[in-house]
Design a protein around this ligand. Structure first.
Ligand SMILES: C[S@@+](CC[C@H](N)C(=O)[O-])C[C@H]1O[C@@H](n2cnc3c(N)ncnc32)[C@H](O)[C@@H]1O
Length: 211
């Protein structure tokens, strides 16, 4: 992923964001050692941002689309009260195995349920109102994830969508992912059902609140 800000500004933001716990530092190192595309992991700044959102929303139910090795799920789970749950899903068995091991070692892992399978199937199986969701999987399906999650989100609930600037490719979208994300940004900005702000954090984060 191309960084949108000058590297020294990214570094400054990293150094002035609260450090993540040791278990996440170790998970990031393990991900780099064992996985292809380790840069998919959200990392400190976005992980702490997700934790802060969870502290503000105080969700009973969080849904995540795209577990990978579990970094963002564990970041949000840190902020969950007893009795609150996070459902996360992924289609990659190897990533799920790493995530399951990380959840088993963490004090927060018991709050997380990992479902191996396509996200739309996982979302379709959720019947309780969702308070917070994080979309971070295959980009061309984001419009479907957005609609399916919004329909299940309580009024006042929050949706967070990652990679909404596609390393800048949304400005002149040529590939399928950039076209899908640009189309969704246009749709969200006019969606009467929500309030939103597109934050230029990392690769672009859409922060959406359902009315
Ligand atoms: C960017 S990574 C997620 C990173 C993760 N949120 C983190 O912070 O470490 C995207 C993940 O989405 C998963 N994915 C792709 N298509 C999917 C689908 N249809 N349903 C569920 N997960 C999918 C991939 O296997 C990959 O692990």
């Amino acid at each position: 992923m191309l960084t949108l800000l000058p590297p020294e500004i990214e570094d400054y933001a990293f150094r002035h964001t609260r450090a993540e716990p040791r278990e996440l530092v170790e998970l990031e190192a393990l991900t780099h050692a064992r996985m292809r595309d380790p840069q998919m992991l959200t990392g400190r700044v976005e992980g702490r941002f997700l934790k802060l959102l969870a502290l503000l929303v105080r969700p009973r139910l969080v849904v995540e689309v795209g577990t990978f090795t579990g970094y963002s799920a564990l970041s949000m789970a840190e902020a969950l009260d007893d009795g609150a749950r996070l459902i996360t899903c992924d289609i990659d068995p190897q990533a799920a195995e790493v995530a399951r091991a990380a959840f088993a070692q963490s004090a927060h892992g018991r709050k997380i349920e990992l479902r191996l399978g396509p996200a739309l199937e996982t979302i379709a199986g959720i019947t309780e109102p969702i308070d917070l969701s994080f979309i971070d999987a295959d980009k061309t399906a984001y419009p479907e994830y957005y609609e399916a999650l919004l329909a299940r989100t309580r009024p006042g609930g929050v949706l967070v969508l990652d990679n909404m600037l596609q390393s800048g490719r949304v400005l002149a979208p040529k590939d399928a992912a950039a076209r899908a994300i640009h189309g969704l940004n246009e749709r969200i900005a006019r969606d009467e059902r929500v309030e939103n702000v597109l934050l230029a954090v990392r690769d672009g984060v859409q922060l959406v609140v359902k009315r």
